[in-house]
Design a protein around this ligand. Structure first.
Ligand code: ADP
Ligand code: MG
Length: 221
């Protein structure tokens, strides 16, 4: 059994799993570039899809030259690359989240959904430290927080990596949709005041895509 097959079958998340996740995120950002950019055109400056696609293309290029079998190190590289390659708010925000998640994983080639959750929580914390957004501010945080809460709940219920990541993706999408009626209180969209109401937040949407990619990697376990 190959490494990826092993990751899918059991509760093991290794470097191959993380690489496949990031490759799927990159593919999704490419496919959804126009969609994300259109969402940003309504309440921002029409570059979120371009930013995310550029960032994850750079990440894929960078990872091609990284031989590490350490999932934490791979995530750290993802974060640092996003920080250095993406202009706009989302680059540093996602970048610090991935970087901190990588650091929180620490050494070791294998991890399970509970360790990955701890790392993602550290990532969310870093993002909130940098951006100071809370749930309800119409940002990435509105999808990220419910996704991790759902992850925890399904983990506690004894779920598999597949069911855990499915619940997380569903909650991220619900959080994404919940941004529509909100008025933005952080980021560029907040400059619009009440005119930001009635539009789905681009960053919450890219977060839902990131969790959807994770579900597709873990999904068959
Ligand atoms: P910019 O706003 O600089 O053009 P992007 O268009 O790439 O950057 O990203 C916009 C997204 O960034 C928003 O839709 C929002 O979800 C997210 N965002 C902005 N500010 C914050 C913040 N302080 N915390 C979390 N997410 C934020
Ligand atoms: Mg923008």
């Amino acid at each position: 059994m190959g490494l990826i097959a092993a990751a899918r079958k059991g509760a093991i998340v290794d470097a191959a799993f993380v690489r496949e996740w990031i490759a799927k995120v990159s593919q999704s950002m490419q496919e959804q570039r126009e969609y994300l950019t259109q969402l940003d055109a309504a309440i921002g400056d029409a570059d979120h899809g371009v930013n995310m696609n550029r960032g994850f293309s750079a990440v894929m290029e960078k990872l091609g030259g990284v031989e590490s079998e350490d999932p934490g190190e791979i995530l750290t590289v993802v974060g640092s690359t996003l920080i250095s390659k993406v202009g706009g708010a989302a680059g540093p925000l996602y970048g610090s989240a991935f970087r901190q998640a990588g650091k929180a994983l620490g050494d070791g080639s294998e991890l399970d959904p509970s360790r990955l959750l701890v790392a993602l929580r550290a990532g969310l914390e870093a993002m909130q430290k940098l951006g100071a957004a809370q749930v309800g501010d119409k940002t990435i945080v509105d999808a990220f927080v419910p996704a991790l809460d759902a992850w925890q709940k399904e983990l506690d219920a004894g779920g598999s990596p597949g069911s855990i990541t499915t619940r997380a993706r569903e909650a991220a999408e619900e959080g994404m949709r919940s941004t529509v009626p909100l008025q933005a209180r952080k980021g560029r969209a907040s400059y619009l005041g009440p005119r930001s109401v009635g539009h789905q937040d681009p960053g919450a949407t890219s977060t839902a895509l990131i969790f959807a990619a994770l579900e597709r990697v873990a999904g068959s376990s």
